[in-house]
Design a protein around this ligand. Structure first.
Ligand code: ATP
Ligand code: MG
Length: 400
């Protein structure tokens, strides 16, 4: 058995010794059967949360109202969730009430797709009530039971479906796909952050072409914020090699959609992305635009950008334009005379001393800015002597 499961074996064993059932469930079993690396091991049990908490020493209430307790066992965290059905759904979102049950089969029935509705006991025996293994072998994403009902319960499942098709390269079974197309509008009920997570996973997948194709075919994109007019841009993104960094995929989508920087910022804010992702995707757009209009990178430009952004922009440009001449990004950055203003051979205190000033002021910022520019454009050598000389000849009007 896989190492992850071996490590988790005593966890199941302890629950069973206390008189309950316990199984590995969901994505970990799917990925194990596919021979893929397992992200995290989830466990389903007939024990109630309080019972789990009495079995293990270190537990955290991460989602106790949904039946989930996080157990720390030998430094590894396991989400242990009580078998449950989701009884009432309001607004096509997560259930607002769950009912605990004591039967594995009922628990697996509430899961989204047959390939995710698999369980495995500690001996490695698979429990497969919905033909998940068959769909795994045939490469099919199929809703458990009626697709329409399942998407009404939780509309995010539609996004998960296209995301899994991209990650696994699987086809979406026709009835399930029709269910997505017919219920795509329900996506409007889902928090944008949750949609963004799925979309990002889709964009970063080996088979993103497949996922994007389904996204468009089912018209899901029309119910994603501001994506209705980006189908061409999405198709272009689909043809590119895979970029793992989320900001690159967002930035390229904006680029293909021909959004201005201003529009792109508003778009990314609507998606409630982190400031880091927003800033870097905007920077990527700027680097691409810059390099398409100049034959090479100037030091003064590189100084303002991050190395990975420049590298990703160049990767994209090399792929998109046959005539593009790629320059070794690491080399470009290593040849910069400065990486930050802190690398200048003089600092604020030196400047004050040179100019015989006892208090700092705006003049320091102005001088540092000028020196930085001159050093980057190779008009000045970054030595204390050269910089001091320059300050005394060009900024003597600031002398105290
Ligand atoms: P990954 O971790 O690679 O994103 P996963 O299948 O493990 O994929 P998780 O979100 O970790 O996805 O969920 C674990 C399991 O919980 C799933 O395999 C599935 O059985 C169930 N599940 C998760 N989200 C839903 C949902 N929205 N509807 C129904 N079942 C779900
Ligand atoms: Mg998972």
């Amino acid at each position: 058995m896989n190492n992850h499961f071996e490590q988790a074996y005593p966890v199941l064993d302890k629950i069973e010794k206390a008189g309950f059932q316990a199984y590995f469930v969901g994505g970990c079993v799917r990925d194990y059967l596919l021979n893929k690396t397992i992200a995290d091991v989830d466990i389903a049990t007939s024990a109630y949360p309080q019972e789990i908490k009495s079995i293990f020493q270190t537990t955290f209430d991460v989602g106790i109202e949904h039946g989930t307790v996080l157990v720390l066992y030998h430094q590894v965290g396991y989400e242990i969730t009580t078998f449950r059905t989701e009884s009432t759904y309001q607004d096509f979102r997560r259930p607002d009430q769950v009912t605990f049950v004591r039967d594995l089969k009922d628990d697996l029935m509430r899961r989204d797709f047959t390939i995710n509705a698999l369980a495995m006991d500690k001996s490695g025996k698979i429990f497969d009530y919905y033909n998940g293994q068959n769909d795994l072998h045939e490469g099919i994403i199929r809703a458990v039971g009626s697709p329409t009902e399942r998407f009404h319960e939780d509309a995010l499942r539609m996004m998960r479906g296209v995301r899994f098709s991209a990650q696994l390269g699987f086809d979406i079974e026709p009835k399930t796909l029709r269910g997505i197309a017919e219920n795509a509008h329900l996506l409007e009920k889902i928090a944008v952050e949750r949609i963004a997570v799925e979309l990002q996973k889709l964009f970063a997948s080996t088979n993103k072409q497949k996922g994007i194709h389904y996204l468009l075919e089912a018209n899901l994109h029309r119910y994603c914020p501001q994506m209705a007019h980006l189908s061409e841009a999405l198709l272009k993104l689909a043809t590119l090699p895979v970029f793992k960094d989320d900001y690159v995929n967002w930035g390229l989508l904006m680029y293909f959609g021909q959004l201005t920087i201003h529009e792109a910022k508003a778009f990314l804010k609507k998606w409630k992305l982190s400031n880091e992702i927003i800033n870097k995707s905007i920077a990527l757009m700027e680097v691409i635009a810059y390099r398409l209009s100049c034959a090479k990178f100037e030091n003064t430009f590189l100084f303002l950008h991050e190395e990975d952004v420049v590298e990703n922009a160049q990767q994209f440009l090399s792929d998109a334009y046959d005539t593009f001449v790629y320059e070794d990004t690491a080399l470009l950055f290593s040849q910069l005379p400065l990486r930050s203003t802190k690398d200048l051979a003089v600092n604020g205190r030196d400047i004050m001393q040179l100019l015989n000033r006892h208090q700092s002021g705006a003049f320091i910022g102005e001088i540092i800015k000028t020196l930085t520019h001159k050093v980057l454009s190779l008009e000045l050598k970054n030595t204390k002597n050269d910089l001091s000389h320059y300050i005394l000849t060009h900024f003597s009007h600031y002398k105290g």
